[in-house]
Ligand binder design. Structure first.
Ligand SMILES: NC(=O)c1ccc[n+]([C@@H]2O[C@H](COP(=O)([O-])OP(=O)(O)OC[C@H]3O[C@@H](n4cnc5c(N)ncnc54)[C@H](O)[C@@H]3O)[C@@H](O)[C@H]2O)c1
Length: 311
């Protein structure tokens, strides 16, 4: 059992991460701009809830000094590209990553993990984008084309900077979660871009901008627990892709990708069956992590429940 501080704990991903870590016996400290009050649904899994603006370095330091957790998982961010002016997204996300990691290092925290994003690969660039290979893995060079993607690359590099500064005394890592699906979204709640899962499956044009990637938020929670358990046994400052084992698509990406990204015919030819455009082999190989949820099984469970409930 560890004391784990989670920033951005009230968010789409944070809520599931807090729940999973709590279920796995950890003492969780939630930090966000606003935190649920003790009476609200879902509260009670965490040991402590702290409201703070972590773009303020003084508040970030105070939170870490006051709590001194064993580990920090930094999720807080403006999480949607172009949802605010570009300068504001870059400034906010870069200062959040820097302040939280600096405060954690200063408070003697030994394990720090920060959220990045697959958008660092640069897909969707208005002037065109072709990957050097498919599936994309952590060794493919990042080519961010907007402030959000750049800010996530800054978060990865900030983790590497503190590893260079502190050596193996502090263990750091970054992870790139694919398009996060929270548990209620399987039941029909809108996903981050506003569409339901079924709408994204029925209209491939909706899922194509993210290259049909997705991950169940609970699988990210298990990934983070696994990463924190093993972080001392892997090289410092690693970055991991965290996605489902399949693509969020009804047809193979070898067919779909060339329709939406002309020029990918030969690159995508190997993405047959249900194979996704992002590789999670590194997380499998270094950590032994495997996602437990895939859209076909979860949606069939949901429809079975719905039918049983309606009978
Ligand atoms: N949702 C996805 O599909 C996805 C994909 C890739 C990466 N990510 C990354 O994962 C992380 C979590 O994403 P999410 O979908 O849960 O986002 P979200 O917007 O639902 O949650 C982010 C949380 O951060 C908090 N926050 C923002 N500014 C803050 C500040 N100044 N101080 C304290 N808290 C602050 C917000 O209040 C919010 O609760 C983010 O870093 C995001 O960039 C998300």
């Amino acid at each position: 059992m560890s004391r784990i501080l989670v920033t951005g704990s009230s968010g789409r991903l944070g809520r599931s991460v807090v729940a999973v870590l709590g279920q796995r016996g950890h003492e969780v400290i939630e930090v966000d701009l606003t935190v649920p009050n003790a009476e609200s649904a879902g509260a009670g899994t965490s040991a402590q809830q702290i409201a703070a603006d972590l773009t303020d370095a003084t508040q970030a330091s105070a939170v870490l000094e006051q709590t001194k957790p064993d580990a920090v998982i930094h999720l807080a961010a403006i999480a949607v590209p172009f949802s605010a002016p570009e300068q504001h997204i870059l400034r906010t996300n870069a200062s959040l990553a820097y302040n939280v990691m600096q405060a954690a290092v200063d408070a003697g925290v030994r394990k720090i993990v920060t959220a990045s994003s697959p958008t660092v690969f640069g897909y969707g660039a208005p002037e065109g984008w072709l990957p050097e290979r498919l599936p994309l893995d952590e060794d493919v060079a990042p080519r961010p084309w907007n402030a959000y993607a750049l800010s996530k690359l800054v978060a990865e590099r900030t983790a590497q900077m503190f590893a260079a500064q502190c050596g193996d005394r502090v263990r750091l890592a970054a992870f790139r979660p694919c398009y996060v699906i929270a548990p209620e979204e399987w039941e029909g709640a809108p996903t981050q871009q506003g569409h339901t899962i079924l709408e994204r499956l029925d209209d491939p044009a909706l899922s194509a901008p993210a290259l049909f990637n997705y991950v169940d938020a609970r699988d990210v929670g298990v990934f983070l627990d696994t990463l924190l358990a093993g972080i001392g046994d892997i090289p410092n400052a690693q970055t991991f892709m965290v996605g489902a084992a399949d693509a969020l698509a009804r047809r193979p990406l070898a067919e779909l990708l060339p329709q939406f990204i002309p020029g990918t015919e030969s690159l995508a030819a190997g993405l047959t069956g249900t194979q996704p455009a992002f590789s999670i082999e590194k997380a499998r190989r270094l950590l032994g992590w495997e996602p437990e949820h895939d859209w076909r099984s979860v949606l069939s469970e949901v429809s079975t429940h719905t039918l049983a409930g309606g009978a």
